[in-house]
Design a binder for this molecule. Structure first.
Ligand code: ADP
Ligand code: ASP
Ligand code: MG
Length: 409
């Protein structure tokens, strides 16, 4: 008998009928003798609907009130799922995040989990009940409701699995595992039986929304066995996130991630002297705006140019700050572009294979796709290209690196 944490995402609980199907899946695990803690998201579209309502009132709702609002979506699904289980003779109890003491910091809308008191869940499990917990939410030290960022139910599930020392955390979603790239963009994408933790962390941080990045970080920190599975198909093994790796046995590239959420800003003709990078990027950082890629080019006239990317939602705010800095530094020009995307190749096998980046550049060149920025690390190569080339670029790379075929190792 094992203790399993199962998380069902928005599409999996998108209608009352689907919630009843989820109840049946949970019952199958109970009948197999397992203890089950379930985490659910809001019904698909619900969180967006709530945010749209807030935006009808104001463009910038107070973060505290935003959290009170968006946390309601999950409260609906925990209750309905518990009713569906109870009706079938499988006792269940629903809890909001605060009710099971998911304590977070006070960064509303992107709070981090600090602690979980698992005693209440334990006593329900001991009494033979299924515990159904609302994903995405917690409370801070003052008792204010907080939320964990979009996609945060994944993180709730992994955090509960860590706190309860569960045997496995199963993320049930609308695809049957982690694919070589988003199967909605490349229909030939292949499901991976397993992916290393390091690669999953890169894929998530580079834009693959199949798992929220913090859930992967949590799994790494607390050694949680994490699996992604379909809530609609029966019996598949899904994708296991593994901790062991043998680099020589790994395919060079495991997957392609992309991110449509970035925008880039450029400042031209600033003095090439100590303190310039700090003056430009420090001001952005102080406004709590995260910077992703950075490029600096030195011009022949001893001035320098900077280009950097930020989240698209932060673009306007970053531009205002950059224009101010440009005035102060006597910069020649400031420009920006929202219509960009980042495409990244990810694979731990890159460490022992040269030539990945040049093959990537060649493939994009053959498609006539201009690369605007490049950044590399040991296990990834990322490029920024115009948004209109996203699908073409990802498909061309997927085929050039033979990702649709099972690697012969
Ligand atoms: P949920 O509502 O269950 O949390 P999400 O929409 O957050 O589901 O995540 C599942 C989606 O992630 C899939 O429908 C798929 O389009 C997308 N996705 C992006 N990259 C990948 C990938 N590499 N493998 C599988 N799915 C991916
Ligand atoms: N309902 C939240 C969202 O849509 C959290 C989640 O689904 O994981 O972002
Ligand atoms: Mg999700």
């Amino acid at each position: 008998m094992a203790l399993i944490v199962q998380k069902y995402g928005g599409t999996s609980v998108g209608t009352v009928e689907k919630i009843e199907n989820v109840a049946e899946k949970i019952i199958a695990s109970r009948d197999a003798g397992h203890d089950v803690v379930v985490v659910v998201s809001a019904m698909s579209g619900e969180t967006n609907r709530l945010i749209e309502m807030a935006n009808q009132i104001t463009d910038s709702p107070e973060p505290r009130e935003y959290d009170v609002l968006v946390a309601t979506g999950e409260q609906v699904t925990i209750a309905l799922l518990s009713m569906a289980l109870n009706k079938r003779g499988y006792p269940a109890r629903s809890y909001t995040g605060p009710q099971v003491h998911i304590l977070t910091d006070n960064s509303h809308t992107k709070a981090r989990i600090l602690d979980i008191d698992e005693s209440r869940m334990r006593s329900d499990l001991d009494a033979g009940r299924v515990v159904v917990v609302a994903g995405f939410q917690g409370r801070d030290e003052q008792g204010n409701i907080t939320t964990l960022g979009r996609g945060g139910s994944d993180t709730t599930a992994v955090a509960l699995a860590a706190a309860l020392k569960a045997d496995e955390c199963q993320i049930y979603t609308d695809v049957d595992g982690v694919y070589t790239t988003d199967p909605r963009v490349v229909p030939e994408a292949r499901r991976l039986d397993c992916i290393t933790f390091e690669e999953m962390l890169e894929m998530a941080s580079l834009g693959s929304k199949v798992l929220q990045i913090r859930s992967v970080e949590f799994a790494g920190k607390y050694n949680v066995r994490l699996r992604v599975l379909s809530s609609f198909d029966e019996g598949g093994e899904g994708t296991l996130i593994t901790f062991e790796e043998d680099e020589m046995e790994q395919p060079v590239i495991s997957g392609i991630a992309f991110n449509r959420d970035e925008a880039k800003l450029t400042i031209l003709g600033v003095p090439d002297e100590p303190g310039t990078a700090y003056a430009i990027l420090g001001a952005i950082g102080e406004a709590n705006i995260e910077i992703d890629m950075i490029i600096q080019n030195i011009a022949a006239d001893s001035t320098t140019d900077f280009t950097f990317t930020v989240h698209r939602n932060d673009y306007d705010k970053a531009m205002v700050i950059l224009e101010k800095t440009a005035k102060a530094l006597g910069a020649r020009e400031v420009s920006g572009d929202r219509a960009i995307v980042k495409i990244s190749l990810v694979g731990v096998g890159m460490r022992s294979h040269a030539g990945v980046a040049s093959k990537m550049f060649k493939t994009l060149a053959e498609e006539g796709i201009n690369i605007r920025m490049i950044s590399t690390s040991e296990i990834k190569v990322s490029v920024v290209v115009e948004e209109k080339y996203l699908e073409l670029g990802v498909r061309a790379l997927h085929s050039a690196f033979g990702l649709a075929e099972t690697p012969a190792i």
